[in-house]
Design a protein around this ligand. Structure first.
Ligand SMILES: O=C(O)C1=C[C@@H](OP(=O)(O)O)[C@@H](O)[C@H](O)C1
Ligand SMILES: C=C(OP(=O)(O)O)C(=O)O
Length: 437
């Protein structure tokens, strides 16, 4: 078992400086998956060297793909083609990573061999029927535990057929799972989403010359294409940048520039929400890198105001709510989030766990079934539990900038799943954060 890490944040301070946060997690996963299935050698730069992305990388190595790196963010993938994966000798262990499990579940349903997907305690308690049910409609044979959780036992050698599926929830993982299965299905597979979600799978498939058609909220794929190796430059992860977008907004006298951040419009809800709250955020040097928009982002302190968060922004900021709740705690007036039930089935129940922690710190935070109501107030000190959820650990670290006393955060080891350099970069900018194990 991983060592238990505790963060201690001394109150106050400000954030100043220019940094580049690590590579985008969603794109790093997909670069390994698609690079492995491509014909030829794919070079990736900016790859996220963190546990979740490495879980995907190891899974493909276990299926016979030669992958060099990561070294300084560079990964070289010797693609085996769409039908070249080999049966893994052992179950594929995917750690804490929901994206790895759900996307792989679709991809492996179309292979000729059987496979088993496992994960840590958190991942093995997350709902998987959202992928196994539509895959079953395509003909896939997958066994789950009785409550629909992993381990997932996937039968190979099954003939998949294309379906149309209306997603019941806005989920890029479910959409991507079905598109990947659709690469092995007879006829067309199409997915309609109830609201836009991150579209890295569609963009990257096109980057690998695999046709994916899009019409409004519908994405369509069939099995006729093949993937051609390409070079991928993964930009910085806006979900990691988000901690500093909030931190520099709430801490007085702050001025931070975040370099080379991915600003795909399906990911920038955090900027929109913070701007609605009155944040001072400047998006500079916008450019396109490998089919994805990228920019440098400057953020300076401001007095945030409470708002009703527009529901259409929820899927576009889905991973940023833990730290947005901290922003709301520092805002003047009330902030209300609705339409965010999905937060309850992430690495932890992010509504309950954030509400519990904020209440311990003296904040008036009331959880609701699908969101939270927060009345801005002073943040005190205390001891909170991240429940092994990386984003909760980092969100409470940022709260320290406006706390009146020390905040102790338990169970922070999973920061390594998405942002191993968090403590180092945060302290470089000015956060008083110590880590002990
Ligand atoms: O497709 C992806 O890379 C992701 C999709 C989102 O999950 P859902 O599809 O479950 O909303 C997000 O929370 C996760 O961190 C990454
Ligand atoms: C929800 C997350 O990731 P995943 O679903 O891949 O575990 C996240 O990184 O916040």
């Amino acid at each position: 078992m991983a060592q238990s890490i505790t963060y201690t944040v001394n109150p106050g301070g400000n954030l100043r400086g220019e940094i580049r946060v690590p590579g985008d997690k969603s794109m790093s996963h997909r670069s390994i998956m698609l690079g492995s299935l491509a014909e030829g050698v794919t070079h990736v730069t900016g790859f996220l060297n963190a546990e979740d992305a490495l879980a995907t990388l190891q899974a493909f190595r276990a299926m016979g793909v030669e992958i060099e790196g990561p070294a300084n963010g560079e990964v070289t993938i010797h693609g085996v083609g769409k039908h070249g994966l080999k049966q893994p000798k052992e179950p594929l262990y995917l750690g804490n990573s929901g994206t790895s499990m759900r996307l792989l579940c679709g991809l492996l349903s179309g292979q000729q061999f059987d496979s088993v997907l496992t994960g840590d305690k958190s991942l093995e308690s997350r709902p998987m029927r959202r992928v196994t049910e539509p895959l079953a409609l395509m003909g896939a044979k997958i066994e789950t535990e009785v409550d629909g959780t992993a381990p997932l036992r996937i039968k190979g050698g099954v003939a998949l057929k294309g379906i149309h599926y209306d997603l019941p929830m806005a989920s890029a993982q479910v959409k991507s799972c079905l598109l990947l299965a659709g690469m092995y299905a007879e006829g067309q597979t199409s997915v309609t989403e109830p609201a836009p979600t991150r579209d890295h799978t569609e963009r990257m498939l096109n980057g690998f010359s695999y046709p994916v058609k899009r019409e409004g909220g519908k994405a369509m794929i069939d099995s006729k294409g093949s993937l051609k190796a390409c070079d991928i430059d993964v930009p910085s992860d806006i979900s990691s940048a988000a901690f500093f977008l909030v931190g520099a907004s709430i801490a007085p006298d702050s001025d931070v520039t975040l370099k080379h951040v991915g600003i795909n419009p399906t990911r920038t809800g955090v900027i929109d929400i913070l701007r609605l709250m009155g944040a001072n955020i400047e998006v500079m040097n916008e450019r396109s890198v490998g089919g994805e928009p990228v920019a440098d982002i400057r953020v300076r302190s401001s007095q945030l105001q409470g708002i009703d968060i527009p529901e259409e922004l929820v899927p576009l900021a889905i991973d940023e709510f833990p730290v947005l709740f901290v922003a709301a705690a520092c805002a003047e007036g009330q902030t209300r989030l609705t339409g965010a039930k999905e937060l309850r089935v992430k690495e932890s129940d992010r509504i309950q766990v954030m509400a519990d922690g904020l209440q311990i710190l003296g904040v008036d935070a009331q959880p609701t079934e699908d969101g939270m109501i927060i009345n801005g107030s002073l943040i005190g000190g205390g001891e909170v539990d991240s429940h092994g959820d990386h984003r909760i650990a980092m969100a409470f670290s940022i709260a320290g900038l406006r706390a009146s006393d020390t905040i102790v955060i338990r169970d922070c080891e999973n920061v390594n799943t998405s942002f191993p350099e968090f403590r180092e970069l945060a302290t470089t900018l000015g956060l008083n954060l110590n880590s002990t194990s």
